[in-house]
Write a protein of this length. Structure first.
Length: 686
DNA sequence: TATAGCCGATTTTTT
DNA sequence: ATCGGCTATA
């Protein structure tokens, strides 16, 4: 295990806070930033300078002479954490780079590597991603013969959902089934059985899923006093961002971390809670003063992001919400351009409109990285992506399928996992199944053999397989497993794994040349890590998104526009925002329609999307009645505007309607007949 | 008994 | 593109 040595940091004590520090904050922000000791709840509306306030708070605390490491800043993504640290450094000095921070999960990972032994985990445990969990569940389901009993037995993904929600909502399996999918209530005993087997197998194999990271951290804090005391002494101030998206387990973790001093500041906006499907509970905000009765509450209501007409619409949308902390955003920013609303005949026309508009904006001198297109589900942008490519407009897409979820990356990672932790049955299954003549049965036989002898390689008797074609491969694989992990750099291990994988890789995928680029990226990423364990943890906790992969591949950082799911757009802002597929059934998603709470969450989702825009906001509603989704779900029309904008005629009152006129000549020529790009214009004819 | 291969159905959001 | 189920084959 890597040893960390405390280095005396060279701190420039000459540089003190700018006398102007805090002058540009409004009174509420100032109250939060200069707050003394004790619990503090900051209710921060969209665009109200939430990040700015947190960053100033960090700088203020560090400048008070506090050891930066003793400040723990828990954020929703690692990106957010890095961004805040960077801004704090700008504001004060390099001391801020030592602030402790990360996501709840990455923090749990660090603590559990060190203290996990106390609750029976090896320090080389492997973090399972969602796919790994499903694979293990599927394996158990097959072993128990549950797959065959009845066609209607839930699929692995559904079971994973049920188990995960039960944990994250601190509820029972039975209640979760009743709430989520009552049609499977008959199988509650079987699902409980799977749950037990799943928990046992994970422990045997040294695996933790995302939920285990939180649950086990909480267990340490709750039941291991020495750990709790250590952490309480170490972390003097706890700051939590996006508190509305924490679940009950996380709230308890915060409670224990705060300790007796209760120096804990949480920041959140109940109107932006969009992760309840993951067990997040925005009532955590309401309950904060119950957990910390001494809590001070500060509300930030002034919006610095959006022009007034945009804000008028967003306020109106969230006004329809059933439950919320009452707050009303206002801005001093002028602006007379109303959000623009466009109806198109289908998604193809929607894409054409966007391409055209973006070319206009570029003409005007607007840079592409100030433009974003937002949507409910990753696949909603499929058509747009094709058209952007053919129009030669560069973009990056956030959300949807991730790099590490691709089959070929999972293959390579499986090699690495079994090298780090030979007890990992899932990794073995995946690797052994690559071989001709090996299916699930043979793979698990081989795995059993290895497991029994893994402490003494010389006892391993492989004679059984001597006649098989895969025998030499098996020999080579075992040699790979027992290489010295602590001495080899991750990149070396990846390269060794790739030598073993290559023949199967080229056999398995027709388009292996295209996939090769991903493999190269994996090598590049591995170079950042000093050991295999941290590399694999990072892949599970902060999977690289397409941007990082692209920037590895391309040296030039060309300007690109952003396509993003609304979830992934959280916390960001753009000059111009297009919200596409504002169709009832798309947003809200038809999957959410059965449940009032879920529909309310969809409303908040739209609210988050709308509040990303600073100056220009486009809302586009294609008619999707004749598209694929509609024959899959016969009851749905997919032709009406989203209910959240339809109610009380919000569209009529708060937006300007653009009329698209089909130019008869050839299919669609946009180049002629376009009026001067002018967002105040009444009509948009093409 | 185990595997390979084919076909058809399905696609919310994410640490 | 991927998953799960079915069938032919060794």
């Amino acid at each position: 295990m890597q040893k960390y040595v405390l280095k005396k940091s060279v701190v420039n004590h000459n540089k003190t806070l700018d006398p102007e520090f805090g002058k540009d904050l409004n009174p509420s922000q100032r109250e939060a930033v200069f707050f003394g000791k004790g619990p503090l709840l900051v209710i921060a509306g969209a665009g109200s300078g939430k990040t700015k306030t947190l960053v100033h708070r960090v700088a203020y605390l560090v400048n008070q002479g506090l050891d930066p490491k003793s400040i723990l800043l828990l954020t929703f993504t690692r990106k957010a954490s890095a961004e805040m640290t960077r801004r704090a450094i700008d504001l004060l000095d390099a001391r801020c780079s030592n602030v402790s921070g990360g996501t709840f999960h990455s923090f749990a990972n660090i603590i559990l590597r060190r203290y996990g032994k106390l609750i029976g985990y090896p320090d080389n445990f492997i973090i399972m991603d969602r796919g790994d969990s499903e694979d293990l569940i599927s394996m158990i389901r097959k072993e128990k013969g549950l797959a065959k009993t009845d066609k209607r037995f839930p699929k692995k993904g559904t079971i994973a959902d049920i188990l995960g929600k039960a944990v994250n909502r601190s509820s029972t399996i039975e209640n979760t089934i009743i709430k989520e999918c009552p049609q499977f209530l008959d199988y509650k005993d079987e699902i409980c059985e799977i749950q037990k087997a799943y928990a046992n197998r994970k422990k045997e194999m040294g695996l933790m899923d995302y939920d285990d990271l939180l649950v086990n951290l909480l267990e340490l804090l709750k039941n291991k006093e020495e750990v709790r005391n250590k952490l309480n002494n170490y972390y003097q101030y706890i700051l939590v961002d996006e508190y509305q998206d924490t679940n009950m387990i996380q709230a308890e973790i915060v409670k224990f971390l705060a300790g007796k001093d209760e120096n804990v500041m949480v920041v959140g906006d109940d109107s932006q809670s969009i992760y309840s499907f993951r067990g997040a509970n925005f009532k955590n905000i309401v309950d904060f003063p119950k957990i910390f009765p001494k809590a001070t509450i500060v509300t930030l209501e002034e919006n610095y992001r959006s022009a007034q007409p945009i804000l008028d619409l967003t306020n109106a949308v969230i006004d329809g919400a059933r439950e919320k902390y009452s707050k009303n955003l206002f801005t001093k920013r002028s602006g007379n351009i109303k959000p623009l609303y466009v109806e198109t005949k289908d998604d193809n026309e929607q894409s054409q409109f966007i391409c055209q508009k973006i070319l206009d904006l570029r003409e005007e001198g607007q840079t592409l990285n100030k433009i974003a297109v937002l949507f409910r589900s990753a696949w909603h942008s499929n058509d747009l992506e094709i058209q952007l490519k053919s129009a030669d407009i560069p973009f990056v897409k956030y959300g949807g399928i991730k790099f590490v979820e691709a089959a070929h990356i999972k293959d390579v990672v499986a090699y690495l996992k079994i090298a780090l932790n030979p007890a990992d049955a899932l990794g073995w299954q995946r690797v052994l199944n690559l071989w001709e003549g090996v299916g699930p049965k043979t793979a698990s036989d081989i795995f059993e053999l290895i497991l029994q002898n893994r402490n003494n390689l010389t006892l391993l008797n492989l004679d059984k397989y001597k006649s098989k074609a895969f025998y030499p491969a098996l020999k080579k694989l075992l040699a790979f497993i027992f290489i010295n992990k602590s001495q080899s750099k991750p990149t070396k291990i990846v390269e060794t794994a790739l030598r073993l994988y290559k023949p199967y890789f080229e056999e398995k995928y027709d388009n292996f040349n295209k996939r090769k680029a991903d493999i190269d990226s994996l090598i590049t990423i591995s170079e950042r890590f000093k050991d295999l364990e941290s590399f694999l943890s990072e892949l599970a906790l902060e999977p690289p998104d397409t941007t990082q992969i692209d920037s590895v591949a391309e040296t030039e950082d060309e300007e690109k526009m952003t396509l993003s799911t609304i979830h992934s757009a959280k916390g960001l802002e753009w000059h111009t925002v297009f919200i596409i597929s504002a169709v009832d059934g798309f947003l809200p998603s038809f999957q959410s329609l059965g449940d009032m709470e879920q529909i309310e969450e969809e409303r908040r989702l739209l609210y988050v999307a709308l509040t990303r825009a600073k100056e220009n906001l486009f809302i586009i509603k294609p008619n999707m009645a004749n598209k694929k989704a509609s024959y899959m779900y016969p009851g749905m029309q997919f032709s009406k505007l989203t209910r959240f904008l339809d109610e009380k005629s919000l569209i009529d009152n708060y937006t300007e309607k653009l009329i698209l006129v089909n130019d008869e000549e050839d299919e669609f020529s946009f180049d002629n007949a376009l009026p001067e790009p002018n967002f105040g214009g009444r009509k948009y004819v093409f």
